[in-house]
Design a protein around this ligand. Structure first.
Ligand code: AMP
Length: 415
């Protein structure tokens, strides 16, 4: 392995990681540490077809990194032997400051923390993960890759909320978009799979996982996306409401809910969970098969919302060449894909039942041959995209605090 990047995705009480062989484009090892904090934590480490587990207290992210390193040792493949090129971190909110990936120094770390008011669930945990990884891996460049970056190209008409512009400016209220690493990666994979240049294609990408978002991409450049100031806007998600009349929030506040209760309601108790009691589509499918009317309605609300966005984005783009499903639901739930696109033949969009029911880890077309709009399923791989971006930045000789923007002006950046 010539270029090894450890990718870390830190949540408030969890840490996902993957050791990526960038030259091969493969995951060498991966793991998930859950319930970091005062309760009993679980860690699972996967390497060479084997799983190594840990159960016990992991009090904070520093301890989580120690457990991770120990699990690498126990699995027989210590991290030390990987000769890391970089550690790449998923950072959810880059605000209006960060676009391209950046090597983290103390200024960048503080800027990521300063953006916490825009992503209170994510940025503090991301910053803590970077801080601890800097201590755990001295001398190895720590690279931040921002979830918002791909959407920095949204036109003002798409990112501006129609509220008082002074208030908006003071509180940095605008649409930023999230899941950008996934949307960008998938749109590029679509072009590769079709043997086309990404510049030639107008695409709609549906990232349907526990979080869900849709983007409109013209010639490789993002022009619309469903998530906004925060990852709460847009589609119905596992536990998040997506779009809601802002008047409903005022009504609930006046009815006595406080801000934290509202936050919990909208982020953790809404979406599929709020409608049906379960947030996983596999459980929802079982309930629907048992004749559960609430589960049935939850799926209908979910699919209806996605269809509304497809219609809107077809109008934004003036028609699309490709519509692509990705992430946990998009890659696996054939019935949901079929339901979302049913009845859209008049728009040139249809799904071939036999192709749609094939289960495969590969990028594939699920529309009939000759369809005006190509419908695809393309697995996302945010870790690989983060690892590649990190390796590229370091290979370009980036130093702490610099990004590809800075390097590009010196004519060193790769395309
Ligand atoms: P992600 O956030 O991309 O990991 O997606 C997680 C979600 O994908 C889960 O909450 C499930 O709703 C959904 N999912 C994963 N596997 C399947 C499957 N085999 N069938 C249906 N839904 C699935």
């Amino acid at each position: 392995m010539r270029t090894a990047v450890l990718v870390i995705n830190s949540g408030s009480s969890s840490m996902k990681y993957q050791l990526v062989d960038v030259d091969e484009g493969t995951a060498v090892a991966s793991g998930l540490i859950e319930r970091i904090g005062p309760s009993t934590a679980n860690a699972e480490h996967h390497f060479a077809g084997n799983t190594t587990v840990f159960q016990g207290e992991i009090e904070d992210h520093a301890a989580a990194l120690r457990v991770m390193q120990q699990l690498f040792i126990e699995s027989g493949r210590p991290l030390r032997s990987a000769a890391l090129t970089a550690v790449g971190h998923r950072v959810v909110h880059g605000g209006a400051i960060f676009g391209d990936p950046v090597v983290v120094d103390s200024t960048v770390l503080q800027q990521i923390r300063d953006l916490s008011s825009l992503a209170p669930l994510h940025n503090p945990a991301n910053a803590t993960g970077i801080e601890q990884a800097t201590r755990a891996f001295p001398g190895i460049p720590q690279v931040a890759v921002f979830d918002t970056a791909f959407f920095r190209t949204l036109p003002a008409a798409a990112y501006t909320y129609a509220i008082d512009r002074t208030v908006a400016a003071e509180h940095r209220i605008r649409r930023y978009g999230f899941h950008g690493t996934s949307h960008q990666y998938v749109s590029q994979q679509v072009a590769i799979a079709l043997g086309r240049d990404v510049e030639e294609l107008d695409q709609i990408v549906l990232h349907l996982g526990n979080g869900a978002s849709v983007s409109a991409i013209r010639g490789g450049v993002a022009v619309e996306t469903s998530m906004g100031l925060t990852p709460l806007e847009g589609l119905v998600m596992g536990t998040r409401s997506g779009d809601l009349d802002p008047g409903a929030l005022l009504h609930l506040l006046r009815s006595g809910l406080d801000v934290d209760q509202l936050d919990t309601l909208l982020n953790r108790q809404s979406g599929l969970l709020g409608l049906s009691g379960v947030n996983d589509f596999r459980d929802l499918a079982r309930r629907i098969a048992d004749g559960d009317a609430e589960a049935e309605l939850a799926q209908q609300v979910y699919c209806h919302r996605v269809r509304k966005y497809i219609g809107a984005y077809l109008a934004v783009l003036g028609g699309a060449d490709v519509i692509t499903f990705t992430a946990g639901v998009g890659e696996n739930a054939a019935a949901v894909r079929a339901q979302i696109l049913s009845g859209l033949e008049g728009l040139g969009i249809s799904v071939d039942d036999a192709r749609n029911s094939v289960r495969s880890p590969d990028a594939r077309i699920i529309s009939p041959d000759g369809s005006p709009v190509t419908v695809m399923v393309v697995p996302t791989n945010e870790e690989l995209a983060i690892a590649r971006a990190s390796a590229r930045l370091v290979a370009n000789g980036a130093v702490a605090g610099s990004s590809r923007h800075a390097l590009r002006s010196k004519g060193k950046a790769q395309p």
